[in-house]
Ligand binder design. Structure first.
Ligand code: SF4
Ligand code: SF4
Length: 140
């Protein structure tokens, strides 16, 4: 009976998605640049239920933790007075939408693999740049 009263959007959130976005909090962090920053990311992801993600080039630490207002049916028991961040988060830009999925680091190994790939990519890019520079010097 309750199901009939729910707006379609909420039914999808509760039943199809399982209210995923009500089961974690994220905190924005600066993109890591130094060895000390990299070590901090490794430290974050060494904790149970903590991941680091990159979404739209922005970095976040994510803590898996269920909101206290989420009831046993995956519905918000505080819907009318929910937080601004909950209001701003629409189904058109949430993780259940078709947008580009975030990069997720769950372990140190995943993060180190990402760093290594990025290093290789940067090396190749630098090599291409220097090749182009040399070629343009020859033609001068
Ligand atoms: S807004 Fe998106 S991620 Fe959140 S519960 Fe609804 S469908 Fe799931
Ligand atoms: S307040 Fe409601 S909508 Fe916001 S995270 Fe908690 S359960 Fe989800």
């Amino acid at each position: 009976m309750i199901k009939k009263k729910l707006p379609k959007e909420l039914r999808v959130c509760a039943e199809k998605c399982g209210a995923v976005c009500c089961k974690y909090v994220t905190v924005k962090i600066d993109a890591p640049r130094t060895n000390c920053d990299f070590d901090e990311i490794r430290w974050f992801v060494s904790h149970e239920g903590v991941t680091v993600i990159i979404e739209s080039r922005l970095w976040y630490v994510q803590f898996d933790t269920r909101c206290k207002f989420l009831d046993g049916s995956n519905l918000c028991s505080n819907y009318e007075n929910r937080f601004d961040v909950c209001r701003e988060y629409g189904m058109d830009n949430c993780e259940a939408s078709d947008g580009e999925p975030p990069v997720v680091f769950r372990t140190m190994e995943e993060f180190d693999e990402f760093l290594e790939k990025r290093k290789q990519k940067r090396k190749k890019r630098a090599a291409r740049r220097s090749k182009r520079k040399k070629a343009s010097e020859v033609t001068k």
